[in-house]
Design a binder for this molecule. Structure first.
Ligand SMILES: *Cc1c(COP(=O)(O)O)cnc(C)c1O
Length: 470
């Protein structure tokens, strides 16, 4: 290409580009298998992308959980692991990082997010109590239900519509919450469970105004407020971008302010905190902490390692500090947005506005000829894999499971296929390849047949269910 051609291409872009605030020091080769082999692999996996072998996957957008790239600092930290059974130095680094950046008083390490969800659910829910939340998350709701709690969705209605451009679609509907409190009584509410950037709604944020108002309402009624902080750093980015008064505040400051309105948080550190494994639980109440610190010994490990190696806690402590750098979060969300803008330009139906960690393809709009029970989102994930070896996942009827009382399928309004972007792993060129594969599936949409479920596990069925083509 002559310099002249390059210049012409460059001039087509009006905006100034962002770029990753890092360079690549080590690479991992990708594997591409043939379409025939992908067909075989998909049948072997029962059309469930969770059952594919990673070797058979080209670009892996199954999840952003534990799939990020650690920095050279974090890898150096791994070599400083203090693998003592009790009182590891790395635990104290982790404790200090959570206290500094999230602002809670007491910290319990866990092996990952659901370990923390298990502990808080057991400690803070009495059987028969309600747990209102801004849309469910799979593992969160399951642990709340296993503890005898009854989940109630109190997210604003806009969250259930993939096309409404509300800036804070993760917000809690305060009227829905208030009427629940009035109807059932405050003592029947275990706590309010609020998630920063709501995964199942498409990575949609909660505003600072909403959490403040929520704090007022819960205080008035003597109800605790706990945060699923898994993606709270990404949420802080959206507050900085969209809420008045926050444009000049650093991400770290916004994060801490938001957390200050809550009584505690649980964390899957495999997401925002930039590690391959780890989690934590943090609270301000001394008595609750004593109980959690006792429970962690039963289910995870001693309270200074919680199922983790010392080196993992060190990497987490460093990851927490890296995760709140403004340039990091800007490029993280910039990459997701790049993919979203490309697809939107091509007229492909996705959830708007584009959220923090993933692009959600609207499978109902892809396949209007499929009934929801023919698993449109699962079908789209299978089609993408066949086309290019890209792995995505279902967030629709399979993920929603069954109603605990009636035994019927839950029929969620949103039927989505998620392209989840791991942190610091893929390049913009990979995003182009992904977008082109989605376009190919979209062009082929009229010819696509749905699936039927032929094996259904009891818990979190989407992980291990098997399907066949209709
Ligand atoms: C991933 C996730 C969890 C569960 O964490 P794990 O580390 O996978 O056990 C909980 N809440 C949210 C919002 C998540 O994204």
């Amino acid at each position: 290409m002559s310099p002249h051609t390059l210049m012409t291409i460059g001039q087509q872009f009006e905006r100034r580009s962002w770029a990753e605030p890092w360079k690549i020091k080590m690479v991992e080769p990708l594997n591409i298998i043939s379409r025939e082999d992908r067909e075989k692999a998909l049948i072997n996996a029962g059309f469930n992308t969770f059952l594919l072998r990673s070797e058979d996957v080209y670009i892996d957008l199954l999840t952003d959980s534990g799939t990020g790239a650690m920095s050279d600092r974090q890898w150096a930290g791994m070599m400083l692991g203090d693998e003592a059974y009790a009182g590891s130095r790395n635990f104290y680094h982790l404790e200090a990082a959570v206290q500094d950046f999230y602002g809670y008083s007491y910290v319990v390490p866990t092996h990952q997010g659901r370990g923390a969800e298990h502990l808080i659910s057991q400690a803070a829910i009495k059987p028969g109590q309600f747990v209102p939340g801004n849309m469910y998350f799979t593992t969160t709701r399951l642990h709340q239900e296993l503890a005898g709690g009854i989940f109630v969705d109190v997210i604003i209605d806009e969250a259930h519509d993939p096309q409404i451009l509300h800036p804070f679609k993760g917000n809690i509907d305060l009227e829905k919450l208030e009427s629940l409190i009035k109807r059932e009584g405050a003592e029947k509410i275990a706590y309010v469970s609020v998630a920063g950037t709501v995964n199942m709604a498409g990575g949609q944020p909660v505003s600072m105004a909403n959490i403040k108002a929520l704090r007022e309402m819960t205080d008035k009624n003597g109800i605790k407020l706990y945060l699923d902080a898994t993606r709270m750093v990404e949420n802080a980015f959206f507050i900085q971008e969209r809420e008045s008064g926050y444009a000049d505040k650093p991400i770290a400051e916004i994060l801490k302010e938001f957390c200050s309105f809550t009584d505690g948080a649980w964390m899957s550190a495999k997401k925002d905190n930039l590690v391959n494994i780890g989690g934590w639980l943090a609270v301000n109440d001394r008595e609750l902490f004593e109980e959690l610190r006792n429970l962690v010994v039963v289910y995870e490990g001693l309270h200074t390692y919680g199922g983790l190696a010392g080196r993992d806690m060190e990497a987490m402590a460093i990851g927490i500090a890296e995760s709140v750098h403004d340039e990091h979060i800007f490029s993280r969300i910039g990459q997701v947005r790049y993919l979203g803008e490309l697809l939107t330009t091509w007229g492909i139906p996705i959830v708007h506005p584009v959220g923090g960690h993933a692009i959600f393809l609207d499978a109902k709009a892809f396949y209007p000829h499929l009934k929801q029970i023919e698993f449109p989102a699962q079908t789209l994930a299978a089609e993408l894999y066949l086309d290019s070896g890209i792995r995505s996942m279902e967030r629709g009827i399979a993920s929603a499971g069954r109603n605990a009382e009636t035994g019927d399928h839950n029929y969620p309004k949103l039927e989505l296929t998620r392209l989840t972007i791991p942190r610091r792993v893929y390049t913009q060129a990979h995003m182009d390849v992904v977008a082109e594969s989605v376009r190919a599936a979209f062009e082929n949409r009229g010819k696509t047949r749905g699936l039927k479920m032929v094996y259904e596990p009891k818990y979190l069925r989407f992980f291990q269910a098997r399907f066949e083509r209709i």
